[in-house]
Design a protein around this ligand. Structure first.
Ligand code: GDD
Ligand code: MN
Length: 377
């Protein structure tokens, strides 16, 4: 079997016959052995429609889940049941045009690991959504891309139309909450190349969308879980948390210096507090953020880790001061400049520490290997 088409359905009785017909038309001229798997959670008589389809078409298979619901888990069920070397996931309601299937199949045959029809590359459009849904969809996508590095270079990471080699998900722990199974695949799958094909998201003719406030909440929960299970992103958030804790330590130390130790020179009290905070941050980052496996095995290199951290932090302080000063010179608000400076300095110190303080040769090699190439038509 070359291709399995996996289609989740929830109350789609008006659409299932049409989508099978359109898929068969689209693939009529392409020599390809394929199957269609419907994973159905419907509460109406869609299962009867599916049973009738399966009875007179050997390509069509379906499973009805009596007590379960969820688009993401339905697709995972489809991955498990289907047999094709390639898998394409699409919606049942014809908003994802089946006419794209030959191109998706061709790109998979060309050796691309993940093929994503995209609404957001030149030539694509999301015209099938109303203005409000467009805004919600845009916000959701930006949140996902801001939070998870792997999603940044992918223009349509929240869509429900995509193709992949079965190898991509072999041994991948897929445990989606809610709808965004593609994000789950992109974070946990094994792949190196992604190719995007522009398409116009169609309007729905029959039935209605099942998107709800609950699914939007699920989306946020899903992002949280993806963050936590993706080491490269989690490290950055832990680093920020340590930094925030460091500010508290700094302020407490400053109070101790001023009110308990009665240090008169404020500058000295401030420098002392910052040094204590810096050592505090180093220890947490060394033990937790990067952890034991990033301690240098060579003794003298290990001894250099704290000084390197302090050097990196000092450059961060200089960057912040510079940005604040430039704001001041331009007669903009210095506090806004300080905030921007802190953001830039955080990005700098995370990257620099990851590379110089706790980085190892093998990490850098891993990094190169993990780089994903994204192309589009
Ligand atoms: N099995 C199962 N279980 N299927 C479901 C469930 C469920 O709980 N909920 C929805 N589906 C099916 C629908 O029957 C449809 O085939 C597909 O999942 C998408 O649901 P729609 O209700 O049509 O969603 P939409 O059109 O608002 O949004 C879709 O398209 C967007 C653009 O690609 C979704 O795929 C979005 O994730 C996507 O961003
Ligand atoms: Mn739809």
């Amino acid at each position: 079997m070359e291709l399995s088409i996996v289609i989740p359905t929830f109350n789609e009785k008006e659409n299932v016959r049409a989508i099978v017909r359109r898929i068969e038309q689209a693939l009529a001229s392409v020599p390809c052995e394929y199957e269609i798997w419907f994973i159905d959670d419907s509460r109406d008589d869609t299962p009867d429609a599916l049973a009738a389809l399966a009875a007179d078409n050997a390509r069509v298979h379906f499973v009805h889940r009596e007590h379960e619901r969820g688009l993401g888990t339905a697709v995972v069920e489809g991955f498990r049941r289907s047999r094709g070397r390639f898998i394409v996931v699409m919606d049942a309601d014809l908003q994802h045009p089946p006419e794209l299937l030959p191109t998706i199949l061709q790109r998979l045959r060309d050796g691309i690991d993940v093929v994503i029809p995209s609404r957001f590359v030149p030539g694509g459009s999301d015209g099938g959504l109303n203005a409000f849904r467009k805004l919600v969809s845009w916000t959701a996508r930006k949140i996902g891309q801001l939070a998870i590095r792997r999603l940044r270079s992918i223009s349509d990471c929240t869509g429900g139309y995509f193709g992949l080699h079965r190898e991509v998900i072999r041994d991948a722990r897929l445990n989606p909450i809610g709808w965004k199974i593609l994000m789950e695949v992109l974070v946990h799958g094994h792949y190196e190349t992604v190719h995007e094909i522009p398409y116009a998201f169609q309007a729905r003719d029959a039935g209605e969308s099942k998107m709800s406030l609950r699914e939007q909440w699920n989306y946020l929960k899903h992002i949280g879980r993806l963050l936590w299970s993706s080491p490269e992103d989690r490290r950055f958030y832990v680093f920020c948390m340590v930094g925030a804790l460091g500010v508290v330590v700094n302020l407490v130390m400053m109070s101790i210096c001023l009110y308990l130790l009665h240090i008169r020179t404020v500058a000295w009290a401030s420098i002392l507090s910052s040094c204590v905070a810096m050592i505090h941050n180093f220890l947490w980052n060394d033990r937790v953020t990067w952890g034991k496996q990033h301690a240098h095995p060579v003794k003298w290199r290990r001894a250099l880790q704290m000084p390197t951290f302090i050097l990196v932090s000092s450059v961060g302080i200089a960057i912040t001061a510079l940005v604040a000063h430039v704001f001041h010179l331009l007669h903009w608000h210095a506090l806004v400049g300080q905030c921007l400076g802190i953001i830039i300095a955080t990005a700098w110190s995370f990257t620099a520490n990851n590379r110089f303080t706790w980085g190892t040769q093998s990490d850098n090699r891993e990094q190169v290997k993990r780089t994903i190439r994204v192309t589009h038509e």
